[in-house]
Design a protein around this ligand. Structure first.
Ligand SMILES: Nc1nc2c(ncn2[C@@H]2O[C@H](COP(=O)(O)OP(=O)(O)OP(=O)(O)O)[C@@H](O)[C@H]2O)c(=O)[nH]1
Ligand SMILES: [Mg+2]
Length: 246
């Protein structure tokens, strides 16, 4: 076996995307990893993407928002260093669901887990369109192609969740976790409005999270956890070599 294949890198740390179905979790991850907005199908169970961030390996877990997969959520959150709670800025219900249905799933995450609150589909709301185009210039001329808003003004929707709502939720999340707001990262820097469709704020979101989980990796390393799996090390279990491929 070649030296490079003897040891498989295992992720140093885990980040989990949580939120109701249809809020755009998969689209956000696609936008970041593939640099495009493409058709999605509702996620079944969960899937992860491995990101090399400097010398670190970070796994980003995309989970299913559908109620039928709810039971899996706490499993995906086990040992997470960061959780991205995602809602759709045009759906108040998706915001309410974060607290009602998803927050308790994070009980299995690390005690020092970092939280971000993300309002996606910002391109659909008129306030985003105005912020991006304050002088009423034609969109195609005003912005680079990758940032242009392809929604026509007729498809704009009323924004149902404002940034202040996200900030208030962040405070309640810290309270739920029994954390002191003053000792935590400030809400202003942990609440994002994004658009997977236009790419607005997507890199900023993921890369802020990557930087923030690095201390958690270093802490884990100091505590002596191995960062590789040695395929040639003798198995401690009783399972025979040919018995199982899991
Ligand atoms: N306009 C707009 N549509 C979006 C955006 N993000 C996602 N969508 C659309 O919203 C729908 C749902 O997107 P997904 O990424 O599949 O949502 P999800 O949160 O992964 O849903 P589940 O896997 O069912 O939990 C799709 O039709 C996307 O094209 C966005 O930023 N803007
Ligand atoms: Mg999905």
């Amino acid at each position: 076996m070649a030296e490079s294949t003897k040891k498989l890198k295992k992720p140093d740390v885990k980040i989990v995307l949580l939120g109701d179905m249809h809020v755009g979790k998969t689209s956000l991850l696609h936008r970041y990893t593939e640099r495009k907005f493409k058709d999605t199908v509702s996620t079944v169970g969960g899937a992860f993407f491995l990101k090399q961030w400097g010398p670190y390996n970070i796994s980003i877990w995309d989970t299913a928002g559908r109620e039928q997969f709810h039971g899996l959520g706490s499993m995906y959150c086990r040992g997470a260093a960061a959780v991205i709670l995602t809602y759709d800025t045009t759906s108040w219900q998706s915001y309410v669901e974060l607290e009602d249905r998803f927050l308790s799933l994070t009980d299995t995450a690390n005690a020092d887990c970092i939280f971000a609150i993300v309002g996606n589909k910002a391109d659909l709301t008129d306030s985003h369109a105005q912020a991006s185009n304050p002088e009423g210039e034609r969109q195609e001329e005003a912005e680079p192609a990758h940032l242009s808003l392809s929604s026509s003004s007729s498809s704009l929707q009323r924004k149902q969740v404002n940034r202040e709502d996200a900030i208030a939720l962040y405070g309640r999340v810290l309270h739920y976790k029994g954390l002191d707001e003053k000792a935590c990262l400030p809400a202003e820097s942990m609440c994002f409005e994004t658009s997977a469709k236009t790419g607005y704020n997507v890199d900023v979101l993921f890369e802020t999270m990557f930087d923030l989980v690095v201390p958690s990796i270093l802490k884990k390393r100091n505590e002596g956890e191995s960062s590789t799996v040695d395929l040639e090390a003798p198995s401690k279990g009783k399972r025979s070599k040919a018995g199982c491929c899991a």
